[in-house]
Ligand binder design. Structure first.
Ligand code: SF4
Length: 217
């Protein structure tokens, strides 16, 4: 798992570099001071992203780590009260589950977002946080990633090869689940509060699917 985690860290850095270079070339920038995509409810991240965040959280200064984990736990409490997400079932295995959670958390902000709109876990943020914003298009203007709508310009995938990046990520995810003994269901998602507050590693194994509860950190 350590080797997969190291390879994923490297991939995330490469993707950030590739995105920055393409953005500079096409003069693509966020609206100044905008953090709307971090403040409109929870979106799905892969289990690989979640484990990467958890593994690297120890690199975040203790006072920040405590703050984001505390906020994440409070949000998980709220989601459980609303019946929208449960610590005992922290994986989202269908688009319907992701859509439902996204709708029910629409007024919640990411637990890693501070009052000034800065990301408190910037160096270890998940993949989607590194690339979300502009629409990415492939040949014949096929949409590779739908943008947030605020960008005037788009990125062509000849300069930001999103699907190639996804292919490397998917190989790592498959390897991760295969090593854990899973034959199927190698792509499952969760949300950032769960990645920050819960130990999700047991969910890699088939036996862990029968596990009923998680401890808080
Ligand atoms: S992890 Fe950081 S970049 Fe991603 S949604 Fe949270 S605050 Fe925003």
């Amino acid at each position: 798992m350590k080797k997969i985690a190291a390879n994923y860290s490297r991939l995330l850095r490469d993707i950030s570099t590739s995105f920055r270079m393409a953005s500079e070339k096409h003069q693509v920038t966020c609206r100044s001071g905008c953090f709307e995509c971090c403040a409109k409810g929870f979106f799905d991240i892969t289990l690989l992203d979640a484990l990467h965040i958890r593994d690297n959280l120890k690199k975040v200064p203790a006072h920040i780590r405590e703050r984001v984990v505390e906020t994440a736990n409070a949000q998980l409490d709220l989601l459980e009260q609303k019946g929208a997400f449960f610590r005992s079932k922290p994986l989202l295995a269908s688009l319907a589950a992701i859509d439902a959670l996204s709708r029910r958390s629409a007024k919640m902000r990411c637990p890693a977002l501070d009052e000034r709109g800065a990301c408190l876990i910037y160096e270890i943020r998940p993949l989607i946080c590194r690339i979300y914003g502009p629409t990415v298009r492939g040949p014949r203007r096929a949409v590779r990633l739908t943008g947030c709508g605020y960008y005037q310009r788009e990125l062509p995938d000849r300069d930001f090869p999103l699907f190639s990046h996804y292919a490397v990520r998917d190989r790592l995810m498959k390897e991760m689940f295969t090593r854990a003994g899973r034959q199927r269901l190698w792509e499952v998602d969760t949300i950032i509060p769960a990645a920050l507050a819960l130990d999700l590693e047991p969910w890699l194994t088939p036996a862990a699917l029968r596990q009923k509860s998680f401890r808080k950190r």
